[in-house]
Design a protein around this ligand. Structure first.
Ligand code: SF4
Length: 189
């Protein structure tokens, strides 16, 4: 769909106000049909910027581009209100600077390399297991007794403001199952 010029916008506005409009389109003076509305999907989500965790309603077009951001009136934290920062959330998705692939810099290297998600996930799982195995503590001495603790102090987890209750529940469950002691949240740092 092409953009409306100012003149065309005034023509469309006049057509709307005089009820001459055909549903879904209007004819410009050069004969071209201009779409008046397009399919928009709305998704409720959480602002990723600070620890308030305000609720957002994100509107996206057919191509998945974010076209509007509003406060979610049904979210009990912000009840529809938003600070100005949240309005720029669309840039996280639409910015041409957004990374669309995994970038990896090996220890000591000066260059970043593009990697696949399969490679990255395998690396994360392997390194987490290696570190956990190497740092796992089964028991500690309390007096003359060996008390089981089954923990690792070699791995830590940090959550963020964009994690909702369900994310936090699953992450905490997984991290405690792995034996982590250091489970933290960004807002406490
Ligand atoms: S809308 Fe503003 S106050 Fe709310 S979470 Fe986002 S940055 Fe924080």
């Amino acid at each position: 769909m092409r953009k409306l010029t100012r003149r065309q916008f005034l023509q469309v506005s006049a057509a709307v106000s005089s009820s001459l409009l055909l549903p879904g389109a209007v004819q410009a003076s050069d004969g071209e049909k201009l779409a008046l509305h397009k399919k928009i999907g709305e998704t409720a989500t959480i602002c990723p910027y600070c620890s308030c965790g305000c609720g957002l309603v994100i509107a996206t077009d057919e191509k998945g581009h974010v076209v509007n951001v509003e406060g979610d009136p049904e979210n009990p934290i912000n009840r529809g209100a938003l600070c100005p920062k949240a309005i720029s959330v669309r840039q996280l998705s639409n910015s041409p600077l957004r990374l669309a692939k995994v970038m990896y810099r090996a220890p000591g290297a000066t260059q970043w390399e593009a990697k696949s998600w399969e490679w990255a996930l395998e690396q994360i799982a392997r390194r987490a297991q290696e570190t956990r195995d190497a740092s796992f503590v089964r028991t500690v001495k309390v007096g003359d007794k060996d008390v089981p603790v089954n923990r690792t102090e070699g791995v830590a987890f940090i959550g963020g403001a964009a994690n909702n209750n369900e994310d936090c529940y699953l992450a905490t469950k997984l991290m405690r199952a792995l034996g982590l002691v250091y489970v933290e949240h960004q807002a406490r740092l």
